[in-house]
Design a protein around this ligand. Structure first.
Ligand code: MLT
Length: 255
């Protein structure tokens, strides 16, 4: 597995396929392995680069506290590592990062895939719950979070054991800091109307973590965006419906 010294961390990534570069940014509390089911459906179309964000998976922790700024610069620096610009697809928290990247470094973005994500910030209640989970992760480890989230991420209960293992492989400090970063993220809605590149939005209709309505709101703000809603699928379309998810990302090339 290749590694590169990028923005203040040692970045682990997978690279495969040929074509236009597509950077895949995983969600919380996961790592780049969640994208693996898309490989056979993307490799003939894109040069895919799936990275572990700072502190997640096999990447090292960031030299500084993990913030959205740090995650955004991490993605910007992997794009630069491979060229001038790339398509970027972000899942959930990775979508928050992709939205921040498009706002801050628009010249780096050829098109955006927004998978099970939202432009809205946290409500005060959600923020408070994040800080409570962050404290628990640091004091007691990831057992509770892994049990809770693995049951809710996929609409298919068969996925729960593997997701639980994936979550338990993460570092408690990274999980706690990422929860704080998500709690403090800004509202990305005002920037959406300025997206002039192709945008493809994907959401599972059984998602209990982020309501499908959040994707409909983004589509309304970006009229040229494509919206793919997938029945029977929860928060992990790349795992639960890889072919349809890949098809939606491939549509970025023709829009
Ligand atoms: C994710 O899947 O990245 C998170 O559940 C997003 C969130 O908690 O807002």
């Amino acid at each position: 597995m290749p590694k590169a010294r990028l923005f203040r961390f040692e970045c682990a990534y997978d690279v495969y396929g040929s074509g236009a570069p597509l950077v895949l940014v995983h969600g919380f509390p996961l790592d780049r392995s969640i994208w693996e089911p898309l490989r056979p459906h993307l490799e003939a179309y894109f040069r895919v680069i799936a990275l572990d964000l700072p502190g997640f998976g096999e990447s090292s922790v960031c030299d500084e506290k993990l913030t959205f700024d740090c995650m955004t610069q991490a993605v910007e620096s992997i794009i630069q590592h491979f060229g001038e610009s790339a398509y970027v697809a972000g899942h959930s928290m990775g979508g928050y990062v992709a939205l921040a990247l498009a706002r801050r470094f628009p010249a780096r973005v050829r098109g955006l895939g927004l998978v099970s994500t939202q432009a809205l910030p946290d409500t005060p209640e959600r923020k408070a719950a994040r800080y409570a989970s962050a404290a628990q992760a640091q004091e007691q480890g990831l057992g509770e979070l892994a049990a809770n989230m693995s049951a809710r991420l996929s609409a298919n209960p068969q996925h729960a054991p593997a997701i639980k293992e994936l979550i338990l492989r993460q570092r408690p400090i990274t999980i706690a800091e990422a929860l704080g970063a998500m709690a403090e993220r800004p509202n990305s809605t005002p920037g959406l109307a300025g997206f002039h590149f192709p945008v493809s939005i994907v959401h599972g209709l059984e998602d209990v973590l982020i309501a499908p309505e959040r994707s409909r709101e983004m589509k309304a703000a970006i009229p040229h965006a494509a919206l793919t809603e997938i029945p029977g699928v929860g928060h992990l379309p790349m795992l639960e419906a890889p072919e349809q998810t890949a098809l939606a990302l491939r549509a970025l090339l023709v829009n």
